[in-house]
Ligand binder design. Structure first.
Ligand code: URA
Length: 432
């Protein structure tokens, strides 16, 4: 397509039929959708065409650029604390089940002297979102004006906020993808992640690209390509970007669901928590500190000496949250009991994510109210011994009529075996 007069049906048809979108067509459709001149139904059709037909690297770069310039850009170049310039660094995950690393990671890096302006999203498909998790803390606001983000970075080295003003197009596209089954697409994931992250104006970026059953893209080859695409987009904008490929066949940690995951993150900050969650959080922290040029500090020390927990408390207080109010607990629970003794086999992350979603932890309509206390607790992790009659999972919801569909979703997603499953490395590769 070429020329300056565009209409949505022609742009949709071009991609539907396997054509390439010109730079001008991309700029027009993103701009017009952001301004409300292209309807959700039209954008949904285009997104589905992109899911099927894909985009080449040039289209992805332009689509990302158009999203990036659809909103405000944070300028953090002059940030100082105690008279010294601040090194800004962020991390973003492509989304997984039980993936709550941000909640402990941001305070850890801040406690080590980095500054983390963490623009975050809501739940997407079967994966959870950091904003939904944090909003289960009474009073916590994720709606921060840019000036407030800057102040928090200078005062406590951290802010976690809705990316709304940055990459404005992404806010609309993200919500539309969530309810139109158009999440699982390399160009759409890469542009969504990188438009927000590049708008933050950070000095360095770490990406956690999830691989496996519970990831947005299952095959390792696709995930490698996604990681390379995003690392290149970062480099093209002068932002040093490293990606870790990490395993998401099994949920991360022992909880899935908003308030449950906040509680588990606070266990990590208190020096405990599940080993896989702690390992990944610390590895991401090391990558972020290296990019921020902060040498010679052990991020694990901040968990032992309580400085990361102090930062978390400061962050919550700065954003209006009140940790003296107990986290929401769902009104109803049901347990899955083991019928035999043995060893817990693998647990399918996708099925657990969908189970939590069916219990009310995620949305099926735009703007739908989610249940903060809904979710799944995993009592036995793969490889752990199981005795007959022991609970393996607890399911939580405020609306017990959801149990039937949720239990059906979980059925077949786990097994108790005679021998332990083959251990998989949590960190598969690093791409820089
Ligand atoms: N995270 C994002 O911000 N966008 C996606 O599309 C997937 C994960």
């Amino acid at each position: 397509m070429s020329g300056f007069a565009f209409d949505a049906p022609t742009v949709i048809r071009t991609k539907r039929d396997g054509g390439r979108l010109s730079d001008a067509a991309i700029d027009w459709i993103i701009g017009s959708y952001t301004d409300g001149k292209v309807a959700d139904a039209q954008m949904a059709a285009l997104l589905m065409a992109i899911v099927w037909r894909g985009m080449d690297r040039g289209e992805i770069a332009r689509w990302t650029e158009a999203m990036l310039t659809s909103g405000e850009l944070l300028d953090l170049t002059d940030l100082r604390s105690g008279g010294k310039p601040l090194a800004t660094v962020d991390k973003h995950s492509t989304g997984g089940v039980g993936d709550k690393t941000t909640l402990a990671l941001v305070p850890i890096v801040a406690a080590c002297g980095g500054a983390v302006p963490k623009a975050s999203g809501r739940g997407l498909g079967h994966t959870g979102g950091t904003l939904d998790k944090l909003e289960s803390i009474a009073g916590f606001t994720t709606d921060l004006p840019n000036q407030r983000v800057r102040e928090q970075l200078c005062d406590i080295g951290a802010a976690i906020f809705g990316a709304g003003q940055l990459a404005t197009a992404d806010k609309k596209l993200y919500a539309l993808r969530d309810i139109t089954a158009t999440v699982e697409s390399l160009p759409l994931i890469a542009s969504s992640v990188m438009s927000k992250k590049l708008a933050e104006g950070v000095d360095g970026l770490v990406l956690d690209v999830k691989v496996g059953a519970g990831a947005l893209m299952e095959s390792e080859a696709q995930c490698r390509e996604l990681a390379h695409t995003m690392v290149e987009l970062g480099a093209a904008h002068g932002v040093p970007t490293h990606a870790l490929l990490t395993d998401m066949n099994c949920p991360l940690g022992a909880t899935v669901g908003n308030a449950l995951e906040v509680a588990e993150s606070m266990e990590v900050l208190a020096g405990g928590g599940p080993p896989d969650l702690v390992e990944l959080t610390l590895r991401l922290a090391e990558e972020m500190l290296a990019l921020a040029g902060i040498d010679g500090l052990d991020p694990a020390q901040t968990l032992r000496d309580g400085t990361a927990m102090d930062r978390f408390r400061q962050l919550v207080a700065a954003q209006g949250g009140d940790l003296s109010v107990p986290l929401p607990v769902a009104a109803h629970s049901e347990r899955v009991i083991s019928y035999r003794s043995g060893t817990m086999g693998t647990i399918d992350a996708m099925a657990v994510g969908l189970t939590a979603w069916r219990l009310g932890a995620g949305r099926s309509r735009p703007g739908e109210q989610i249940q903060a206390g809904a979710g799944v607790r995993i009592h036995r992790r793969p490889g752990e011994p199981v005795a007959a009659g022991e609970p393996l999972f607890t399911l939580y919801t405020d609306t017990p009529e959801r149990f039937g569909a949720a239990m059906a979703e979980l059925e077949g997603a786990w097994s108790v075996e005679d021998t332990p499953p083959q251990a998989r490395p949590l960190i598969i590769d690093r791409i820089a």
